[in-house]
Design a binder for this molecule. Sequence first.
Ligand code: NAD
Length: 491
Amino acid sequence: MTTPREAWIRNYVDGGFVDPDPERSFENLDPATGQLVARVHEADIALVDRAVRSARRALDNGWADTPVRERAALLRRAADRIEERFEEFVAAEMADTGKPITQARELDVARALTNFRTFADVVASAGQESFLTDLGGGRQALNYAVRKPLGVVAVIVPWNLPLLLLTWKVAPALACGNAVVVKPSEETPSTATLLAEVLEEVGLPAGVYNVVHGFGGNSAGEFLTDHPDIDGVTFTGSSATGSHVMKTVAPRVRPVSFELGGKNAAVVFDDVDIDEALAGLTRSVFANTGQVCLCAERVYVQRSIFDDIAAGLVERAEGLRLGRPADATTTTGPLISQAHREKVRSYLEIAEQAGAKVLTGGGIPDLGAELAGGSWIEPTLWTGLTNADRAVREEIFGPVAALIPFDTEQEAISLANDTEYGLAAAVWTNDLRRGHRVAQQMRVGISWVNTWFTRELRSPFGGAGLSGIGREGGESSLHFYTEPTNVCVQL
Ligand code: NAD
């Protein structure tokens, strides 16, 4: 059976879409139903090479020297155009991920606009470092750093928040005058491709934004990171893949920015407003079906309120509405794929073998014939596990959490920090000083108090330990996406 031309997702190289090769393609499935969305043209090594060479040409042809205000204006036009085509992006994101329409609108696509607008503002108002050096004898030297684009940047992103995470990197990269070759996840190729149309419509020069589709090892991901002419890699994905990418780029000593996995803690003290904490905890455990790198899979609760929090979370988990993504009342979608569901299910078994008590969930829901082919799973909560158990140590990336009691503040801090990851933490307390004190002691890149996933895009974002290398956001993004030259003038 041949797939109609419009059902192809194509690579975008040097300002144009590439004719698909039916011999080199893979299926894009809707995880809510298991149905085919489109076929994706997998880029081979020659096409990835063309993409990198076209990015280099675009830099040399003047993009790198475009005045900052022009680049900022272009980013704003891109945001406006995404806004005009908003529902197309929502539909594409929904078909690729199965996420509920409300979330796609309010989080994923909404944030893409904010990413472009924020980095237009950030780059337009950025200054530069300068120092006057006292040389003695009344002489001075003036040092100032000029920032130049890093060059051709490889952008590799995962499937959980595809457009949000892509634009979080593409917007600052373009703002700084780089050219990018983007490799979206094989699970979610659509919105990166749609973005190519938008960037072309707003006048981005050919070659500045390229999209190559495919997988990781021995496919587009590796062809890209192993290409001798890329100047840096910005990667979001699992820690294992990050480590692999690091080895690939190591021989050429290229800068990397890594936003990797997490095994995040929530710490709930007994002075909280229980309802407020429960609302926040529910989001932090189950948002995007637990497939947010920042989600809490470890919930430490002070013993005197443990039973209340557990009962309240169970009630809220059972109140989540799994169902058709296009239904505005749906709160929770499927996992991204059958393979990922198998991984999450294996942890349900691992937890139960370790003696977990399943408070709710633990199985596969029956959502009727239409959704029977989807990769659905029940929101699941456990008690009875400790930090020694694999289900509490390893990232699962699903709608699951272990609830573990603690007695003292120090114990809570130790438990939360007892992990190789270091991405995020959330502290729930009404004690102002304790909130600051505990939040500061979390060994993570972002530590929330009485909130979760509240993002200020000008602040540094990233992780410690297995959760990443470097920070992006605001000035931190400008630092990664530029190479400074310090000029020293003796006065
Ligand atoms: P993944 O590591 O499997 O894949 C991420 C991307 O890397 C995909 O595009 C994939 O095709 C590509 N890739 C895989 N192997 C590669 C290789 N050898 N060379 C080059 N590219 C390769 O991750 P995933 O399953 O898509 O995403 C889930 C993971 O992402 C979770 O661990 C999650 O915590 C993490 N994540 C982190 C953040 C953050 O900001 N820290 C945000 C979202 C997701």
